[in-house]
Design a protein around this ligand. Structure first.
Ligand code: WQD
Length: 347
C-alpha cells in the first residue's frame, strides 16, 4: 500500500519539486497550502501543482488549508492516514521578517505547534522539516558542518527556523516514538528540467538567482550586487547553491531515514562548493547567452561574506549527495525563466 505523505506548503518552489519527486518515488502526497505564496490555477489547484500533474501524468491530491487553522487540520487528519509529514508551510522572506516579527512567529511557530499537536493526536509521529542554513548565523568556521553552533540568527525568519528545530528536538527527547529529520538548506536554485515549474517570487525577488534570471530575460534592467568588498576572491558574497531537484531528492532520502526509527537527526543539504555573486552572473550569462548588466551597490544588512556546507553527514547517513553542477543549475533555471517570463501568472 503506497504511503500517504502530508506536504504542507507544497505549492511553493521547494514544495512543488518535492511533490514531483514523491510521486515519482511511488508515494501518495496530500498537499495543503494557503496560497500565500502560490498562484491559483484551474480546478482549484495551484498552478504549480497543476503542472506537476502534467509532468508526471498523475493526479495531485490538494486541499486549500492554513496550518494555523486547528479545526481544518483535525478534519484533514481524520480523512487521511499519513505515514509522515513534510513541513514546508511558513513565511520565508528574511527582510519582511524584520518588519513583521509577530506575523512570522505567529505563522511559523504557532502553525508548526498546531501541526505537531494534530499529528500527535492522530498517531503520526514522523516529520521531515524544511530548515535553513540561516540557523548557523555568522559562520565561525567553514565549511559548515552540523556541529557548528546554531541560534546566532540575525532575523526573525531565521530565528523561527531555529526555534522550530529546538521544539522538534525537545519533542523527540520527551517522546521516544517520534522521528524527525531536520534539513538545513543552503541556497536552492534552478528548476525541474521540463521548465514547467520553478521559483516564482511575487514582486521584486529577494534572492540572487531569480533576480539574475529576470535581468537575463529582460524583465529587470540590471542586478544590484550587494557589495564587492567582502574577504572573498572577487569581493562579492560566496554561497553554496544547490539544484532544487537535488534538494528534493534529499527529502526522499530523509523519508527513508525516518523508517529507521532515527529519533531527531539534522543534515545539511548543500553541495560543499561556494560560488561568488559574480561567478553566478557569469554562469547565467553562459547558460542564457545574454549579457547580464550589474552595478555594485552597498552591502545588504545582515549578509555574511561566505557560507557553504560540509555535506558529508547527509552522504554518510542518508546516502544522498548533490549530483548537479553549476552549469546544469543555470541551464535549468534559464529554461524555466525563458518559458515563463512572468512565472506562473499569465500577464
Ligand atoms: C545570495 C548572495 C547577496 C540578491 C537567503 C536567506 C536564506 C535562504 C536563502 C530561505 C548574497 C547577493 C542577492 C541581489 C546580490 N532563504 N545578492 N543582489 O542571503 O544567502 O540566503 O536566501 O530559507 O535563509 O537568508 O541568499 O540569494 O538573498 O543572496 O548581490 O539582488 O547574493 O548579498 O551574497 P542568502 P540570497
Amino acid at each position: 500500500m503506497a504511503e500517504k505523505i502530508l506536504v504542507t506548503g507544497g505549492a511553493g518552489y521547494i514544495g512543488s519539486h518535492c511533490v514531483l519527486e514523491l510521486l515519482q518515488a511511488g508515494y501518495v502526497p496530500v498537499v495543503i497550502d494557503n496560497f500565500h505564496n502560490a498562484i491559483r490555477g484551474s480546478e482549484e489547484l495551484p498552478e504549480s501543482l497543476r503542472r506537476v500533474q502534467d509532468i508526471v501524468h498523475q493526479p495531485v491530491l490538494f486541499q486549500e488549508l492554513d496550518i494555523t487553522d486547528e479545526a481544518a487540520l483535525q478534519e484533514l487528519f481524520r480523512k487521511h492516514r499519513f505515514s509522515a509529514v513534510m513541513h514546508f508551510a511558513g513565511l520565508k522572506a528574511v527582510g519582511e521578517s524584520v518588519q513583521k516579527p509577530l506575523e512570522y512567529y505567529r505563522v511559523n511557530l504557532t502553525g508548526t505547534i498546531r501541526l505537531l499537536e494534530t499529528m500527535k493526536a492522530h498517531g503520526v509521529r514522523n516529520i521531515v522539516f524544511s530548515s535553513s542554513a540561516t540557523v548557523y548565523g555568522d559562520p565561525k568556521y567553514l565549511p559548515l558542518d552540523e556541529k557548528h553552533p546554531v541560534g546566532g540568527c540575525t532575523n526573525p525568519y531565521g530565528k523561527s527556523k531555529f526555534f522550530i528545530e529546538e521544539m522538534i528536538r525537545d519533542l523527540c527527547k520527551a517522546e521516544k516514538d517520534w522521528n524527525a529529520v531536520l534539513l538545513r538548506y543552503f541556497n536552492p536554485i534552478g528548476a525541474h528540467e521540463s521548465g514547467m515549474i520553478g521559483e516564482d517570487p511575487q514582486g521584486i525577488p529577494n534572492n540572487l538567482m531569480p533576480y539574475v534570471a529576470q535581468v537575463a530575460v529582460g524583465r529587470r534592467e540590471f542586478l544590484s550586487v550587494f557589495g564587492n568588498d567582502y574577504k572573498t576572491d572577487d569581493g562579492t558574497g560566496v554561497r553554496d547553491y544547490i539544484h532544487v531537484v537535488d534538494l528534493a531528492k534529499g527529502h526522499i532520502a530523509a523519508l527513508k531515514k525516518l523508517k529507521e526509527n532515527c529519533g531527531c537527526k539534522v543534515y545539511n543539504l548543500g553541495t560543499g562548493t561556494g560560488y561568488s555573486v559574480l561567478q553566478m552572473v557569469r554562469a547565467m550569462e553562459k547558460a542564457s547567452g545574454r549579457e547580464i548588466k550589474y552595478r555594485i551597490t552597498a552591502r545588504r544588512e545582515g549578509d555574511v561574506a561566505s557560507c557553504y556546507a560540509d555535506p558529508a553527514l547527509a552522504e554518510r547517513e542518508l546516502g544522498w549527495k548533490a549530483a548537479f553542477g553549476l552549469d546544469k543549475m543555470c541551464e535549468d533555471l534559464w529554461r524555466w525563466q525563458l518559458q515563463n517570463p512572468t512565472g506562473f501568472s499569465k500577464n
